[in-house]
Design a protein around this ligand. Sequence first.
Ligand SMILES: O=C(O)C1=C[C@@H](OP(=O)(O)O)[C@@H](O)[C@H](O)C1
Ligand SMILES: C=C(OP(=O)(O)O)C(=O)O
Length: 412
Amino acid sequence: MNQYKSSANHKFQTINLPSSKSESNRLLILSALCEEDFEIHNLSEARDTQTLTRLLLQQQTNKTFDVLDAGTAMRFLTAYLAVSTHRPVILTGTERMQQRPIGTLVNALRLIGAEINYLKKEDYPPMEIKPFQVQKSGQITVPGNISSQYISALLMIAPTLPSGLKIDIQPPVYSIPYIEMTIQLMEKAGIKVERNGYALTIVPQKYNAIIHEVESDWSAASYWFSFIALSQLQSEISLKGLLKDSFQGDQAIVDIMKQLGVTTQFTHEGALVKKASKPLSNHLTLDFKKCPDLAQTVLTCCAALKVDLEITGLESLRIKETDRIAALQIELRKFNCDLIETNEAQWSLKSAGFQTKDKIEINTYEDHRMAMSFAPLALMTNLAIQDIEVVNKSYPGFWKDLESVGMQLSKK
Ligand SMILES: O=C(O)C1=C[C@@H](OP(=O)(O)O)[C@@H](O)[C@H](O)C1
Ligand SMILES: C=C(OP(=O)(O)O)C(=O)O
């Protein structure tokens, strides 16, 4: 058990954020698909990225590819191995990974011509992937509302297919910024993606090697925005390496936090984040379809600020590292707040009753974002956060950074 306690004074601080996990994982796959290696600077140190790097390096010798709990690595490697392995291989992950569906992606790949067999349960990892023989189809339809990672995975392999690929994405389309990020990085590597609404056409093309500097991670930055939102008026923090014109959709945190009284000023170093006022309203309406990874940060922060929410766009949270909706419901209850499904795909957060006790224990459900999203609430009470190593998935330096701004950690 690990306990966090706030300290009184938070003056100006600088945080060296981790670099983007999403951008890093795409660059690794694109580099592997290119005949020459990319020159990638500032690659993420997240466990997910380290795992993907290691698995790609061991590609020639590995029989089993274990992605642990890395969803993007699982989805991207499924497509990558389906078109590039020269011998049958096994792709697997943690127990939770074996509960995160992959059937939609596998169906699309099978239509294209891939040979993939489930080893335990239909539509879920682990799978055996055999060498690709001939392309059977150059056109697939993929639902847009399960995981954008399937679409990114298909997009990245598309130019390497003998006949290219037309992907028809069936609306509604969730996590659009992640699809945009994939396309933008592919375009940077010289690939042309023709767009006609949600129909994307990629003719056979070769990737060009690129030099790329990975930006700081906006999802990781969100915990610092929450930290400032819960701090005293005028508190400030400098978040290094954040770009205003980012590849990442989670920069949406800037506009969300503005409504909670937090201002953002971009400098040549990154972003200067300041608590300028109290929340502008005690009732907000927010949609997380484009930024699902911000949901936990924003809901915990709003609960602590006693800001009620009407929420949409949480559906994909059920199939992430844990069922994030259920996890939030249980943990927010400990602060006397309720997250209620009011209608299908609509939720309300009732925050007015927010209260703390001397010490509150937070379970993290093997989900890094549960740990990091509740951590700023240690400004208000003692928190005993379970299984703190969970943050290594995306932000290994999180607790050290939190200590650097004056939070006290005691390990028990
Ligand atoms: O492509 C990516 O890098 C990601 C896409 C999103 O997943 P979904 O598309 O499954 O929502 C996001 O939640 C995940 O953390 C990273
Ligand atoms: C959902 C996430 O990651 P993944 O799907 O890659 O496991 C995340 O980092 O919040």
